[in-house]
Write a new protein. Structure first.
Length: 135
């Protein structure tokens, strides 16, 4: 009986430790998508303040209370490009860090138009372009 209680206490302690350890875990793909959403807002905010898109993600203003990291969920830099038509794209190469792949290795690509139909800077909450979702 005493051994059973001791074994139960050890198992309960291990389960409690594991539960606490993983309580704040965010899967890397979800973390990457969230950081891209914040980057979109920061990029538009920068453009509205400076009249142009930034040349680097490192110059973007931080957003208080938000995760302002420019790295993906696998701790690699998020890549950004601006097309000649003003479409801003963010890209992560997924878990494997290589182009393409599937599942956790699939690229995560998000894009948005930096300007609206009237030529003004888009709102910080501008929608992602539908055809860029590749995960």
């Amino acid at each position: 009986m005493k051994q059973g209680i001791i074994i139960f206490a050890i198992v309960a302690a291990v389960v409690a430790f594991l539960a606490v350890s993983f309580a704040d875990y965010i899967p890397p793909r979800a973390l990457t998508a969230t950081r891209m959403q914040v980057l979109r807002r920061r990029m538009i905010h920068y453009a509205q303040l400076h009249g142009e898109l930034p040349g680097s993600l490192s110059v973007l203003p931080k957003m208080e209370g938000y995760d302002s990291s420019t790295r993906d969920g696998w701790q690699r830099d998020i890549i950004f490009e601006v097309s000649s038509s003003g479409v801003v794209s963010f890209r992560s190469f997924g878990r494997d860090g290589a182009v393409g792949g599937s599942g956790e290795d699939a690229d995560i690509v998000r894009a948005f138009s930096a300007r609206d139909a009237q030529g003004k800077w888009s709102d910080e909450m501008v929608d992602w372009s539908e055809d860029t979702f590749k995960n």
